[in-house]
Design a protein around this ligand. Sequence first.
Ligand code: GLU
Length: 489
Amino acid sequence: MEKVRVRFAPSPTGPLHIGGARSALFNYLFARRFGGQFIVRVEDTDLERSSRASEADILDALEWLGITWDEGVRVGGPHAPYRQTERLASYQQAAAELVAKGWAYRCYCSEAELEKEREACIAQGLDPRYGGRCRELTPAAEAAFQAAGRRPVIRFKVPDEGNVVVDDLVRGEVAFDCAGIGDFVIVKSDGIPTYNFAVVMDDVSMGITHVIRGEEHLSNTPRQLLIYEALSLPKPRFAHVSLILGKDRSKMSKRHGATAVAQYRSKGYLPEALVNFLALLGWSPGDEEEVFSLAQLSERFSLDRVAKNPAVFDLDKLNWLNGVYIRQAAPERIAELAAPFLVQAGYLQEPLDAGARAKVALIAAAVQEKIEYVAQVTDYAPLFFGEKVAFASEAEKAVLAGEQVPAVLAAFVRQVDRAEELSPAGVKSLLKAVTKETKQKGGRVFMPIRVALTGQQHGPDLQYLIPALGRELVFARVKNAAEQVGIEL
Ligand code: GLU
């Protein structure tokens, strides 16, 4: 196979969405798998909707996901510039060539005229398309339009008959009837090329071998193929990846939850989990395995395992995967991600002093087993802050009614008082000492202590909970719980 060169070509008209991230990822993986190159360039010819802020959001999100590129915006390369608005001269030349060869022509129709034509088509039950009124303008007619101040667009002359066949690596051969296409605009009246034209010129000049993109572009591909043929340009292979649907099988949208990568980032999803999840949106490894690092995916990805049918976005699955990665992560990393959520929810104040940082580390260690994304740390935060104990139900109070409980709590308080340091290891031996001293079995010791500290029968490991609370809160909570159920310590 020739050296693979693939690209991701976002339009910077909004943040990076899940679908775009998946396209970028598939291109990245394809390049890595076949020792090729991955290019990121920006399609910013929609001047009104494009912004540098969106471009930065998209590139930042790619970087966060670990999807790096060999050439393109930010990193440069032999085909710079990588923004279409900075490459305008190259399109003008090709457009002139198409006009000279009779493949394209200047069209002077006004918006109002085109609108009228559209309405007429619809009224006759036809698909709206340009009827070709300016196809054969005489020089005199053109001069008259120009004298009247009309500025032309350039349209591509689509053959009246025949088919254009897209030979797609995912979908097989898909035929499009030329009669349904209509002469399309390749250069707008302000001289800016349209997507279908600029994308071809960029793909050619950057030596792109495979165009891997979303299915929503499949209907653009015949237009692009016509341009390749008209200019006798070498064509890349195409692979159109299925749409992403919500669980209700309608196109994924905001209704189904967050659609922007940055939203997942800000909720405390880990990039490696999102990458793993995105890879499985349309691609399957062919076995039961589901947890893959970017490096593993780079070794296994291939287009023949990309499904034709739509992928369904399953948030429960993403949450499950993210939980897997959270548990694998270094506790310090989870602590660092957790701190801003605790600050935002008002549990801690910036700047965090050493004590607060140590507390966050212990909270993170305690909840790492429980949470699916880091923002959920605040669901557990009440367990770690405040002196009062709220019993979850009467059942918890009943736990404290056990006859061994006063002795257990008294021994516990004594041991905590005596302990040199409340570290996870220290807590383990301290609890053992309470068991020994009270001659009770584990559960009859640990459960009352847990309930006295949290008001609940389930929750994070005492090993982390107790150090995270610290001596003062441990005393205050045991006292508060004991008072509420009438135990005298
Ligand atoms: N700018 C297009 C988009 O963002 C890219 C289409 C393509 O990859 O050719 O959808």
